[in-house]
Design a protein around this ligand. Sequence first.
Ligand code: F6R
Length: 650
Amino acid sequence: MCGIIGYIGSKRALPIVIKALERLEYRGYDSIGVLVYDQDKKIVYLEKQPGRIQEFVKTAQLDKEGNLAIGHTRWATHGGVTKANAHPHWDCANKIFVVHNGIIENFQVIKNSLVEKGHKFRSETDTEVIPHLIEEFLKRGLEYKEAVGQSLKIVKGSFALLIFNSDYPQLLVGARFSGPLILGVGDNEFIFASDPTPISLIAKNVIYLDDGEVVFVDKGGSEAKASYTIESFLGHEVAVKKGVIDFEIKEADKGDFPDFMIKEIFEEPLALGNTLRGRLILQEGRTKLGGLEMIEKKLRQIEKVVMVACGTASYAALVGEYFFEEYAEITTEVDLASEFRYRKPIINDKTLVVAISQSGETADTLAAVKEAKEKGALTIGVVNVVGSTIARTVDAGIYSHAGSEFAVASTKAFTTQIADLVLLMIFLARDYSEYDISGNSARYSEYDISGNSARYNPERKSKERKMSLVMGRRILEELNQIPKKMRVVFEDAEKIKALAEKYARCKNFLYLGRKYNFPVALEGALKLKEVSYIHAEACPAGEMKHGPIALIDENFPSLVLAPEDSVYEKTVSNIQEIKARKGKVIAVTTAGNQDLEKLVDDVIYIPKTLEMLTPLLSVIPLHLFAYYLAKKLGRDVDRPRNLAKSVTVE
Ligand code: F6R
């Protein structure tokens, strides 16, 4: 979604801003625009156009001097993808320029009143009201900073924005309310950015802005040092939040892969290994999660878990819901973050709200966290991007350590999120009680490889959450083996590619799975439609006969997740039902199970593991299938149409 960049300092600003915009490309965008101010000539240069940065740098005039520049990548919300709607937007007098990420919800009312006062608008965007509003306040005699503050008070919605006024050419203004914005502080130079990715171009030290804060960066005169002041336009006390970007953000590099998506799929074993590193205490069947230590006491008191997330992250949450209830026996619900606060959820100080997000910037998930905090819930984040807004808003967290995801479609984030949730579940289930060193837990006496043995002991006290040493150890040992087992699935990549090509002409797909693999079916269908634009839908296999089976014919294939688990026989019955209607079936099952060969059209095998961990393996063929099929159709897999990596508007 929109990316914003601003530079003010002593270097030529434009190349820095262009490079920084390239680093934000992965967020998804449809237009680009830049503004440079040449202090010597006192001239503002502005270039904007729909399309990609690569075309922009070829066609736009980018040889301009100037030590101040702002840049923007737009992901259209209000108004089509046109030059007029690309940012920056400016006022009637051509002096005040704004780039914006977010949505101004009350823009129409403001626009109507400004039009009545004679303001002329050039675009269909919500953003354009901001420069005109500031202009209006200046006309009424307010000082510039006051005019900015008043305007920010009036606009409602979510925003991160940069403002430049050529009457105050030494100032660059940044403000945020529910939109991401970070200020990088270099040596007498500053860089604003939507996320940490471009900050390292000039700075390591950062200032995280809070909602309702506006920062005025002043370049100072020729002798003076550049400086900044932060104020609140909502009247709260400002406590400056400093941080350090102490990790080197690698340049987006595809290595030997043709696309980021396939690179990131192949990185899933490595990413998972990084998620687990240093967190498994195998001997004790426990997990070490440093980020949760400070809230451990509160965690012991929670009675319910609510997971909030969007898209792929919400499917990881659904997998978590199954094992939280089965193994930790904690009531667990999954809420789509976009619905969470509108349905008045019943949560209180005994509720643990787990926000799952790769980017850590998803507006709906962030809003859900804020809602949960207001209601007194304990909040933790399962977040990939270090220092992101959600990571900083929650009470505590567990980073995913998946590494940067540049492809718009989430892949390695999904598997690492599930792994993080396993670690959290064990942290809750094992650490809640004394360890039973003998392994003879009151709850679980046995287990087998399919994991169908989480035997419930009715005599156990309802609030005594206790997982045996043996069970904790078993799960963690098996989790530790998953990266190796994932690599086995990759050995079949060519076979999966051939399958994807075989089915590439189909216009529809049905994805089915039960229990732990129902969320995997959702993830597989989402991935296919995102990158190939083919219609795919998923449902629990047991639901098929309540409606979706009407769709089945010889041209409507089903991808069925059928590992040998506790629901295997039932899933096989569903496959039979599809075959009886001449539907084609691709099945994903456990290695060594030959039974499906005769029944289905194509089979993909995954190694044996615990039932609760099968999603970590069964999703790999689905990620590969979506990728290869989309490639066969010539799609831009890394930047599918209409999608954004970081969804920062509700
Ligand atoms: C799917 C996808 C999206 C994201 C969703 C949440 O491939 O990428 O569905 O999973 O937008 O994003 P995060 O995890 O950044 O909160």
